[in-house]
Design a binder for this molecule. Structure first.
Ligand SMILES: [Zn+2]
Length: 217
């Protein structure tokens, strides 16, 4: 049985609450960034196009059916295809957050970033919530090839970093996706603070121990 209207309204409220929290802390600016939640009927809730995450009206959040057709609310974000690409490859993921958060975008612009692992494993919580973060090459906003590039990586990674653009992060729940996004942004900040300082990251053995104990995110 799929969710009741009441259950869906609770999810709409949650998206607005997390959106405001992210916006109020400067994790996203203007009308950038978008959030989505998978529904039990196979459809999604998505933040609308040109909406500010700090001032979302829960009733106007887009509801799409399993084919991606708008059935309620305003038109969805123009970046809806990024979300769809992640969901298609990650049946275990229930929600996705995409931001243009400053420190993560800064890392995505570094010339020598490792495309297989943009940020090294600096802390245990980063390893547990984000894991290995691959870089998706730059594409013009709205280019469907960007969706294909994300699709190619999403099966093995809960988060990807779009070059010169920002992170796309999936979680089992919206709360988990928000926490992982925050962990990524804070670790990006640490990584930038440590540039040129030859930091002592976690060893491959320490990372393997965490993965054996907690699994990969
Ligand atoms: Zn974007």
């Amino acid at each position: 049985m799929s969710q009741s209207r009441h259950d869906i309204n609770v999810l709409r409220e949650q998206i607005a609450t997390y959106g405001k929290s992210l916006f109020d802390r400067g994790l996203t600016m203007g009308s950038s960034g978008n959030i989505s939640q998978r529904l039990e009927d196979g459809g999604w809730l998505m933040t609308p196009t040109n909406a500010c995450l700090g001032r979302l009206d829960p009733a106007r959040i887009s509801r799409l059916d399993a084919q991606g057709v708008l059935i309620d609310g305003d038109a969805p974000t123009k970046e809806h295809f990024l979300h769809r690409a992640m969901y298609d490859e990650r049946p275990q993921s229930g929600a996705i957050v995409h931001l243009h958060s400053t420190h993560s975008v800064a890392v995505s612009c570094l010339p020598d970033v490792n495309p297989c692992e943009c940020i090294p494993p600096l802390t245990a919580y980063y390893v547990m919530r984000v894991g290995k973060l691959p870089l998706v090459p730059y594409y013009m906003p709205g280019d469907p090839a960007l969706g294909d590039a994300v699709r190619g990586l999403a099966g093995k990674h809960c988060a990807v970093l779009l070059a010169n653009h920002g992170p796309v992060v999936a979680g089992k729940t919206l709360e988990a996706a928000v926490y992982a996004t925050e962990e990524l942004e804070e670790t990006a900040k640490l990584f930038l603070l440590l540039q040129g300082k030859n930091p002592r990251g976690m060893t491959p053995e320490q990372v393997a121990e965490l993965e054996a104990r907690f699994g990969r995110p």
